[in-house]
Design a protein. Structure first.
Length: 259
């Protein structure tokens, strides 16, 4: 069977006056090394995508993190300058792509901004600057140029017994690298909370009644694929779900060819 293909929605970036379609290399690397799939970057466009045409060509959806935030208009709030930065093209690409992937039973792994997009796509809301909420821990990325320090595994989350995530990385306390200032406020009705931080912040979810693997995590397992066991297990599980989906797509053609 050919190696399966996973779509990764890109971000719009302006670099030296030019507009780029880009995604952090750590997600591409994790897709290749951890999930053993071929990554396919989907350009972020404000209009013009045919999402079924995209999903016809892939076997999974990996929704990456980003330095931008989902625009509050997508969950019924007025935007302020403090809510940014934004990437409207990313919103217009990722949100409907997530919804259509879930409808079709395409496996989904959503990370950081991706988890927030998953929540918003299904009708949930987000809270900004959560470190300012009394009792909340400061989840923001450390201010350092050393990425190993910035993405260091420094926080404990509690994975719920019997959850989808528990079947992959185990239940109970797990050390992760959660880096964010925005988080789920109200979880979408179709999302089950899979893990929470010590301060109660939702750190992982799964889609209730999904046809395939559909998990979102607020932390960054992609950074430590290759050296961190829970990160490896999560990407391996996603890769296995993608291969199962790809095999199911090929099965009718193979049966026909066999006569």
């Amino acid at each position: 069977m050919p190696k399966p293909v996973v779509a990764i929605p890109a971000d719009v970036r302006e670099i030296e006056g030019n507009v780029w379609q880009a995604t952090p290399n750590q997600y591409v690397r994790a897709a290749v090394k951890g999930a053993e799939v071929i990554p396919f970057l989907v350009p972020a466009l404000e209009s013009g995508h045919d999402f079924d045409e995209i999903l016809d060509r892939v076997d999974g959806l990996l929704v990456s993190g980003s330095r931008t935030n989902v625009h509050p208009s997508h969950f019924g709030r007025e935007a302020t300058e403090a809510d940014g930065p934004f990437d409207l093209a990313r919103d217009a690409t990722s949100l409907p792509l997530i919804k259509r992937a879930l409808e079709r039973g395409v496996p989904v792994l959503a990370i950081c901004r991706g988890l927030q997009e998953l929540n918003v796509a299904l009708g949930g809301t987000l809270a900004n600057e959560i470190q300012e909420i009394p009792g909340n821990w400061d989840h923001r990325k450390p201010d350092t140029a050393d990425l190993d320090v910035a993405y260091g595994i420094r926080q404990e989350v509690h994975v719920k017994e019997g959850s989808c995530l528990a079947s992959v990385i185990g239940a109970g306390p797990v050390r992760v690298n959660s880096l964010h200032r925005q988080a789920i406020s109200a979880a979408a009705p179709r999302l089950a909370v899979e893990a929470v931080a010590e301060d109660g912040t939702i750190e992982a979810v799964s889609v209730i009644g999904s046809k395939a693997f559909a998990v979102g995590v607020q932390w960054h397992p992609e950074y430590w694929v290759g050296s961190d066991d829970p990160s490896n297990r999560l990407f391996k599980a996603f890769g296995e779900a993608v291969r199962a989906y790809a095999a199911a797509k090929l099965a009718p053609a193979m049966r026909q060819a066999a006569g």
